[in-house]
Write a protein that binds this ligand. Structure first.
Ligand code: GLU
Length: 566
């Protein structure tokens, strides 16, 4: 295990905490894993100063909105899983964006009744959802945290004022999205100064975002939901052709939900509930593979990958047919993992062939929708954070503005991006995930906790749209079935294959021979490799934490251990 040892010297309390930082580190008194170095340090500092895991997760998320402003932020929403160690309870704080009252089922169709192409759809004013990020963060802080909102915003205000160093990931994404960002004067001025994308190592200073966060620190989240930030947001949505009003912001509500739960062997998996499809799809995937006794096939064999792909096709078929916002759609929760149903679905897997099509199953008490839906295939955006504190509290928190840079519209004068979350709706009307006023679009986010014998053992999650499901599920399979350690499980090449007739996504380390053998079974692959998710994990072993950041991004883990004389 390689880790630099650093001490926070700025604060007396913090100086008593030895802190290891790196891609893989251990710690006894706390652990943070986040995709940005700066944001991870913000969380570690909060923990070092005696804050709990929820305080740290909220502060990290604010910091990610500064350090990776194109991936998440206060203009978005997400799912936060909180394990309260004292009460031994897991709670999901759902801050998913909602459609405004003006949303219509056909709002993503053109005059011929066909879906508007995604590249255009994502830029539309009607694609912008009412952000939940601030409401969710504030609820979690007030209910579970110990610090004031202003305290948790302060490090992010400093980062925005003084600047964050442009990372490898941000620099690459700015080059890739240069034409897209160039279309928006505010985004262009910030990210493409002089017409050129900021480069790795340069400083990104965001004075407008700093002022926005300062206003929220001073006036609370009403500065957004009932105040000047919200007024500017609504004006920008309307200028883009959307119908959002201040009344939509005023009416926005998070939900506080029970997680969904499943088992793999003697592990209990606790994960995000609808309107994310992430949890239920991961659980069904794992159940099908357990039923097929996947462990009999070596973890790097083509047959193991074949079963992974087939289980994914089955689970995605049900996801696409049945799942939507539970406030609008009856989710067949009871039948979803029923042993007889899983047995039936697993029996559809042919070991010798990629059978296609894979229809949704007949789940007791529910009627599946018929038409296929499209699944977005952008590259990993979104941010995921894991935190553990010295009291054993755990948080897995995924937040997004949907695609990279959302709609590509940076709110003038306020410095954050307007999400395009409503493109996560099915563009076709009359389906479980069709748009409707106040409805939340189906997500794939899957912040997850794993328990064994009632004790937590893993905290994990990933960005990546529908690939989140595939990435989290494959890492869980390798941890729980194959017994790989977390570093191996994360490093192992992953596949994304949601639909049996689509070319699968594959990662560069996947051996050519495995691909050849899978092609012989009838699978098809994209020409070039592409990453599948970015899974960060904390392993909990009694009093010790091990944090691993996925090398696919620039993430780091920070582990805290109190100095001996403490
Ligand atoms: N909007 C996506 C979802 O909620 C997340 C975007 C991404 O991670 O690529 O599932």
């Amino acid at each position: 295990m390689t880790a630099a040892l650093v001490l926070f010297a700025a604060d007396a309390a913090a100086a008593e905490v030895a802190t290891a930082i790196g891609p893989i580190v251990g710690g006894e008194d706390g652990m943070v894993v986040a995709s940005s170095n700066e944001a991870a340090r913000v969380g570690a500092q909060i923990l070092a100063e005696g804050g709990n895991a929820v305080d740290a997760a909220v502060a990290i998320q604010f910091a990610l909105g500064v350090a990776e402003p194109g991936f998440s932020g206060i203009g978005g929403g997400g799912f936060m899983m909180i394990y309260d160690a004292e009460d031994d309870v897991v709670t999901v704080v759902d801050s998913r964006e909602r459609a405004p009252a003006s949303a219509e089922p056909k709002m993503f169709l053109n005059e011929n009744g066909e879906p508007i192409p995604f590249a255009e759809r994502r830029t539309l004013g009607v694609a912008i959802g009412v952000p939940g990020a601030l409401a969710g963060a504030e609820y979690a802080r007030a209910e579970f945290g110990t610090r004031s909102l202003a305290d948790l915003l302060a490090p992010s205000i400093a980062l925005a004022d003084h600047g964050v160093i442009v990372s490898r990931l941000m620099a690459a994404s700015l080059v890739e999205h240069q034409p897209f960002l160039a279309a928006n004067p505010a985004a262009s001025a910030l990210f493409l100064p002089g017409g050129k994308p900021l480069k790795i190592g340069q400083l990104l200073v965001q004075p407008e975002l700093a002022d926005t966060l300062r206003l929220i620190a001073a006036e609370g989240i009403d500065a957004f939901y009932r105040g000047p930030i919200g007024e500017a947001f609504v004006a920008a949505v309307q200028a883009a052709g959307g119908g959002m009003t201040m009344s939509d912001l005023d009416h926005y509500q998070i939900t506080v939900d029970d997680p969904v739960q499943g088992r793999y062997g003697d592990y209990e998996i606790v994960t995000a509930a609808p309107p994310s499809s992430g949890g239920l799809t991961v659980l069904q995937f794992l159940d099908i593979l357990e039923r097929l006794d996947i462990g009999q096939y070596p973890f790097d064999s083509s047959l193991r990958y074949h079963l992974v792909m087939k289980a994914m096709h089955l689970a995605f078929a049900d996801r696409n047919a049945y799942l939507g916002d539970p406030e609008f759609v009856d989710i067949p929760l009871t039948g979803w993992l029923a042993p007889k149903y899983i047995q039936k679905r697993a029996a559809m897997v042919d070991l010798t062939e990629n059978t296609c099509p894979v229809p949704p199953g007949a789940i007791a008490g529910a009627a599946p929708a018929l038409a296929p839906v499209e699944l977005m295939n952008g590259d990993p955006q979104t941010t995921h954070v894991n935190v553990a504190d010295r009291w054993g509290n755990l948080v897995a928190f995924t937040v997004t503005i949907e695609q990279h840079y959302g709609t590509g519209r940076l709110l003038p004068g306020y410095g954050f991006f307007l999400n395009n979350e409503l493109t996560d709706f099915d563009p076709l009307p009359g389906r479980p995930n069709s748009p409707a006023p106040d409805k939340r679009p189906l997500s794939s986010m899957a912040p997850t906790l794993v328990f064994q014998g009632g004790e937590p053992v893993y905290v994990l999650g990933s960005p990546g749209g529908p690939r989140i499901i595939s990435a989290v599920a494959q890492v869980l399979l390798d941890l729980l079935e194959y017994g790989l350690d977390i570093e191996q499980a994360i490093a192992k090449p992953r596949i994304y294959s949601a639909l049996c007739n689509e070319k699968a996504r594959w990662e560069s380390d996947l051996p050519r021979t495995v691909r050849d053998e899978l092609e012989a079974l009838g699978h098809r692959f994209r020409d070039k490799p592409l990453e599948v998710g970015d899974v960060s994990v904390i392993a909990v072993d009694g009093g010790t934490y091990v944090g691993v950041a996925d090398p696919r991004r620039d993430g780091v883990a920070v582990g805290l251990t109190r100095a001996e004389d403490d």
